[in-house]
Write a protein that binds this ligand. Structure first.
Ligand code: FAD
Length: 375
């Protein structure tokens, strides 16, 4: 019989973070995933993920993201590998919109350093953006991107070096508890453990079906467009950016390779019925929205597509994560519904679910992410 202290179901962003923390505790731990680390079939691929501190979604994320910065740095040091690139971040939008007021509120409540910018300041310092009068901007220096696939592979490698086991190419078909033990069945084998962590991304509603979590999976294309000006490139100081318009929220990264500038729409996205069968072809209507944004709001970015990839958001009704202990099984914990903004937190959410599964409570301020929060 295979017996472990803890099993991690799903070794994507949060699962690899959890595996790392468990292995560092010296526990006997198994990670299970249908796909290999850094794969492109879930929600954690496409080269880059933004990381930022003045969190417009809610100031309560700030202590978690500050801890995540420390943990990414710790991981980089341990692996002698660069994962975080500090480009700075420009955020633009209406003064009464969701993004800029949210950034300013988070910065004020946590004493973070952000710089308010007028359209004229933006035009002078950041020629990538066309900013109509009436819009406003903020610049956050301590922000940038994480190399997403490398980050997961590095978390997994560090966990394996600390003694974790990983079985890829196995799909979990069921899990249950028997007394103080958890039994996990895959299409290959059956495993027993004292604790279970579920970090199943787009498959969370299925894997946690008894909870009836109100999650919606949405299809999220990422596009890379060739560029025509140096100011769009990382080495010429182009920042990461997030731009709220009347049509939605769009974001992108400086060009880092020959595929061009990566950009995408954060809002919108069509619902996905089966994450294993998400349509990975280009949807012309989605692409037209992004190209209209590029034509109206960016300079130096051409209409020539260099690459595209389809990813998935798993969205909760209030767009906040669910991080909790299972209400029916107290040695099972989960993170789900990361709503398109969870990657930057991978190690810290991993730490939180490990504490919830093993100790029944977390020392981290994740209470606002409990499933029982007001509706
Ligand atoms: C296009 C796009 C852009 C984004 N941009 C940002 C950003 O800039 N910054 C940011 O912080 N976040 C961003 N996000 C969000 C972030 O990437 C996700 O919230 C995060 O990566 C999700 O992590 P996860 O661990 O929940 O899921 P995943 O990383 O997808 O991991 C889930 C894993 O579970 C496995 N699994 C599920 N069910 C089973 C089963 N039954 N058996 C075996 N294995 C199973 C899957 O194979 C998968 O590996 C973005 C997401 C997308 C799609």
């Amino acid at each position: 019989m295979h017996h472990y202290d803890c099993i991690v179901l799903g070794v994507g962003a949060v699962g690899s973070g959890a595996l790392w923390h468990l292995a560092r505790r010296g526990l006997r731990v198994l990670g299970l995933d249908r796909f290999p680390p850094g794969h492109d079939r879930g929600s954690s691929h496409g080269a880059t993920r933004m990381i930022r501190q003045a969190y417009f979604e809610h100031p309560d994320y700030v202590p978690l993201v500050l801890r995540a910065y420390d943990q990414w740095r710790e991981l980089e040091r341990a692996a002698t590998r660069s994962l975080y690139v500090e480009t700075g971040l420009v955020q633009i939008g209406p003064p009464d919109g969701e993004v800029v007021p949210g950034v300013l509120a988070s910065a004020a409540s946590h004493g973070l350093d952000v710089e308010a910018l007028s359209p004229a300041d933006l035009a002078k310092r950041f020629p990538t953006f066309r900013v109509p009068s009436g819009m406003t901007g903020v610049f956050e220096r301590r922000a940038g991107f994480l190399r997403v696939e490398d980050s997961i592979v590095t978390l997994v490698q560090q966990a394996l070096s600390a003694g974790a086991q990983l079985h890829c190419g196995e799909s979990v078909v069921s899990w249950t508890t028997e007394g103080h033990s958890v039994v996990v069945r895959t299409d290959h084998d059956t495993y027993h453990a004292g604790h279970l962590i579920i970090a199943a991304g787009a498959w969370s509603a299925q894997v946690l079906n008894s909870l009836g979590l109100p999650l919606v999976v949405r299809r999220k294309p990422q596009y890379w467009y060739h560029t025509t000006a140096d100011h769009t490139r990382l080495e010429h100081g182009c920042p990461a950016w997030l731009y709220e318009t009347g049509d939605g929220i769009f974001y992108g990264f400086p060009q880092i390779d020959s595929r061009g500038m990566k950009l995408a729409e954060h809002s919108g996205g069509s619902p996905v019925a089966d994450p294993l069968r998400v349509d990975r072809q280009i949807d012309r209507a989605d692409q037209a929205r992004v190209e209209r944004f590029v034509a109206e709001h960016l300079t130096g970015v051409s209409a020539t597509l260099g690459h595209h990839a389809v990813c998935m958001y798993t969205i909760s009704p209030d767009h906040h994560f669910y991080v909790d202990r299972h209400p029916e099984h107290d040695h099972v914990a989960f993170a789900a519904g990361l709503s398109g903004h969870g990657f930057k937190f991978a190690p810290v959410l991993g730490e939180a679910v490990v504490e919830l599964a093993l100790e029944g409570r977390s020392t981290l301020p994740v209470g606002f992410l409990a499933t029982s929060r007001p509706g």
